[in-house]
Write a protein that binds this ligand. Structure first.
Ligand code: HPA
Length: 270
C-alpha cells in the first residue's frame, strides 16, 4: 500500500502538485467550487497511478491543484463510492495520497437526505458525529498497523476547532446550518420507509452513501477533518416521496454558493 501511495504521489509531484496544505472532497452536485481555484495542475483520476477509475458519469473525476484564498489546495472533483463496486480501500486511497502530498487539513462535502424532521431541503448540516452502517471499515486490512494505529479512537472524529469556525462563519453570513449526526449506508438503492424510521430511532439526522470511510482514514492519519452535508431531500417515512437523483443534484447545485462561501471563509482562517 505504501508503494502504491508513493507512486501516485511521485506522479502528482512531477506534474506540479507541489505542496498542498488543504485537501477538499467535493460531493454530488458540488463541483463548481473548482471554478474559484487558481489552477496550477490537474489530473484525471484514470491518469494517476493506482487510483481507482471514475465510473459515475455525473462525477467528472479529477484531482485539481491550485491556489484558493492564498492557500495551496488539492481538490477531488468527484469521489469514489462503495456502491460503484469499489472497496473501502479504494474509496479512501485518494485521502492517503493527499495526506502523503502534505495536506494538514481535510474538508469534505456530500449530499444527504434529511432524517431529522426539522431539516429542510437546500440547508446544510455540519457533521458533528456519524454512524457507520456500510458494513465495513477502511482500516480492516492486513498491515494497517504499518500505516498507523489499528484501533483508532473515534471519540471526536470531526475537528472541534474547524467545526466551531464553520458555525461562526455561518452565523456571520446569515447561513442557516444545522449540526447533526450523519449515517452512512452502502446504497445505491435509497432507503425504505422502515429504514428511514430506523435511522431516526438510532439517532441519525441525515443519511448518505459516502464520507464515513474518508473520515475514518483521516482519523487514522491524525489528519484534522471537517465535513458538511447539503440536505437534498426530506426522508419522512410517513410521507415519503419517490426520490429523484436529478432533483438531488439540482438541489445540491442550488446550495452550492453557500457551501463555497463556507469553505472559502474557513480556508482563509486556517
Ligand atoms: N439517502 C436518502 N436520500 C439521500 C441520500 C441517501 O443516501 N443521499 C442524498 N439524498
Amino acid at each position: 500500500m505504501k508503494k502504491d501511495i508513493q507512486e501516485a504521489v511521485d506522479y502528482l509531484k512531477k506534474i506540479g502538485f507541489d505542496a498542498p496544505e488543504i485537501g477538499i472532497v467535493l460531493g454530488t452536485g458540488l463541483g463548481k467550487f473548482v471554478d474559484e481555484i487558481d489552477k496550477e495542475a490537474f489530473a484525471s483520476y484514470n491518469q494517476i497511478p493506482n487510483f481507482p477509475t471514475a465510473t459515475v458519469e455525473f462525477h467528472q473525476g479529477k484531482l485539481i491543484y491550485g491556489t484558493f484564498e492564498g492557500k495551496k489546495v488539492v481538490v477531488m472533483q468527484g469521489r469514489f463510492h462503495l456502491y460503484e463496486g469499489y472497496s473501502t480501500y479504494d474509496v479512501t486511497f485518494p485521502i492517503r495520497v493527499m495526506h502523503e502530498l502534505g495536506i494538514t487539513k481535510l474538508l469534505v462535502s456530500n449530499a444527504a437526505g434529511a432524517i431529522n424532521k426539522g431539516y429542510k431541503k437546500g440547508e446544510m448540516m455540519l457533521i458533528d458525529d456519524h454512524i457507520n452502517l456500510q458494513g465495513g471499515s477502511p482500516l480492516a486490512f492486513k498491515g494497517v498497523e504499518e500505516m498507523g494505529e489499528r484501533f483508532v479512537d473515534m471519540s471526536q472524529p470531526y475537528d472541534a476547532t474547524m467545526n466551531k469556525k464553520i458555525e461562526d462563519i455561518a452565523e456571520r453570513n446569515n447561513i442557516n446550518i444545522q449540526k447533526g449526526v450523519y449515517a452512512s449506508v452502502m446504497g445505491p438503492q435509497l432507503e425504505t420507509r422502515a429504514e428511514y424510521r430506523y435511522l431516526g430511532i438510532i439517532g441519525a439526522d441525515a443519511v448518505g452513501m459516502s464520507t464515513v470511510p474518508e473520515i475514518i482514514v483521516a482519523n487514522h492519519l491524525n489528519l484534522p477533518v471537517a465535513a458538511v452535508s447539503v440536505i437534498t431531500d426530506e426522508c419522512d417515512p410517513d410521507n415519503l416521496q419517490p426520490v429523484n437523483i436529478q432533483e438531488i443534484i439540482k438541489i445540491a447545485g442550488k446550495a452550492e454558493p453557500d457551501m463555497i462561501l463556507l469553505f472559502k471563509e474557513l480556508i482563509k482562517e486556517l
